[in-house]
Design a protein around this ligand. Structure first.
Ligand SMILES: [Zn+2]
Length: 323
């Protein structure tokens, strides 16, 4: 019996003790990661609806994530920003796959995701190389490495997969609460500062419109309202959101949300001011995109400041974890 216990002790030492010792010696401590949350079954492939060709293609799951990352973020961005984008893209597609089980998207019922901005942009490697200038492949190799480094990792809030890992190009300094832009509120999509966006595109972008152009665009896009006679005296910003973006505007006799004005006039963001110049209305906007979630230029700025991808993600998606 004693011999038996001794033997078991030796086996346990070899099975547990030695790997633990080696782990401590070379790993600098043991990090126990929970792995994908319960109920999340990461597939090997994902079906993608090609909007132009109107057909479904089956793509390797991680290849899909890499190609979306390359389609959605400039490959010459910092490696940590690319890693953050890859985690957001992976979480996004996983969330779409889960939702697909309950409800098929109206515009592409045959696949959980499409290749356009309706979901996230997906291009094949050939399309990616063709759409960039010569020598881009080098940056693409760096991007592939960044995606590989986050393989399988996604964003979680309270142990549940983040279902709305939204991202956009640049914020102009502050992101938005989800409910101020879209209909739903999410605890991880709240307004945060985005301090490192120098050099982002679309800063202080000016677009001029005549009153007639504004009236035409609004009536065309929102025929439910009649602004009546518009003059420079009745075009006003009425309120702003927590993130400083235009929440509502008075234009003539009608009210419009900032998002509606942006949409009708094709502005880059709802973070804008208005001024008047010779009967023209000048919209000066900052940032590009809806402003909710991860700012890509902000992520690149944080990476350049030395932040790692998990810190970047946890900054833009409040209260989340990456694993
Ligand atoms: Zn879609």
């Amino acid at each position: 019996m004693k011999k038996m216990i001794g033997l078991i002790m030796i086996i346990i030492f070899y099975l547990v003790g030695i790997p633990l010792f080696i782990g401590l010696l070379f790993g600098g401590g043991l990090e126990i990661l929970p792995g994908p949350a319960k109920g999340i079954d990461v597939p090997d492939t994902v079906d993608v609806w090609l909007s132009d060709e109107k057909k479904v293609v089956e793509v390797d799951f991680e290849d899909y994530v890499t190609r979306v990352t390359a389609s959605e973020m400039p490959a010459d961005f910092d490696e940590e920003a690319l890693k953050a984008q890859s985690v957001a893209a992976r979480t996004y597609v996983m969330a779409k796959i889960i939702k697909y089980e309950d409800k098929k998207p109206e515009s592409h019922p045959k696949a959980p995701v499409c290749d356009s901005t309706h979901c996230q942009v997906y291009k094949t490697e050939k399309q990616l190389i063709e759409s960039h200038s010569e020598g881009w492949e080098k940056s693409f190799e760096k991007l592939k490495k960044a995606c590989k480094a986050t393989e399988g990792q996604m964003l979680y809030f309270d142990g549940e997969l983040v279902m709305q890992p939204l991202f956009f190009s640049s914020s102009g300094g502050q992101t938005e609460n989800s409910e101020d832009v879209f209909s739903g509120a999410y605890p991880y999509l709240v307004s945060v500062s985005s301090p490192y966006e120098e050099g982002a595109s679309h800063s202080n972008e000016k677009k001029e419109f005549s009153i007639n152009e504004i009236k035409k665009a609004l009536k065309k896009t929102y025929s439910d309202r009649e602004p009546g006679t518009i003059s420079i005296n009745n075009i006003k910003i009425v309120s702003r959101t927590a993130g400083g973006r235009v929440e509502s505007m008075q234009i003539g006799e009608a009210r419009y949300k900032g998002t509606e004005v942006r949409n009708a006039l094709g502005l880059s963001s709802t973070l804008f001011n208005i001024s008047f110049k010779d009967e023209q209305v000048v919209f000066t906007s900052n940032g590009y995109g809806h402003g909710v979630g991860l700012s890509q230029y902000g992520a690149n700025g944080m990476a350049k400041e030395g932040y790692k991808y998990k810190e970047i993600l946890m900054h833009y998606y409040t209260g989340t974890q990456v694993y």
